[in-house]
Design a protein around this ligand. Structure first.
Ligand code: ZN
Length: 133
């Protein structure tokens, strides 16, 4: 691993976090927690498709990601709720979705498994396989 910076390693391990801002990475016992937030300025209403820039509130989602080595990775992601600007729409507010990271109602990150593949590719198979054990 010599010659690879922590930032480069993060980019390889967590390609699906490229769209979000990572504030902190904390080790909690056997797990690693990644505290991140989205930088979304506007989002499309899933009901009517109207784009909105009106942020209503935000809340934290906990996404369980793949294990890296023997450590479970938890992503604590702050996402926004937007207010739908369409008066005729039945949905008043909606939560943004982060492509590649959240699926509506899903708790498991869609990036699960991809990180290990990325490690295997980056480190030439052997090291990746060792981490996967
Ligand atoms: Zn709507």
């Amino acid at each position: 691993m010599a010659g690879v910076s922590a930032k480069e390693l993060m980019a390889v391990l967590f390609t699906h976090l490229a769209r979000v801002c990572v504030d902190r990475v904390i080790r909690c016992g056997a797990s690693v927690r990644i505290i991140a937030r989205t930088m979304t300025r506007e989002a499309g209403c899933p009901e009517c498709g109207t784009w909105s820039r009106r942020r209503h509130s935000h809340y934290e989602r906990r996404l369980s990601d793949t294990a890296v080595g023997r450590q479970e990775v938890l992503i604590q992601l702050r996402v926004h709720r937007f207010r739908c600007g369409n008066d005729a729409c039945v949905r008043q507010t909606f939560a943004e979705q982060v492509p590649g990271l959240t699926v509506r109602y899903g708790r498991r990150s869609t990036g699960a498994g991809e990180a290990l593949q990325a490690i295997a590719l980056a480190l030439g198979g052997r090291a990746g396989a060792r981490l996967d054990r």
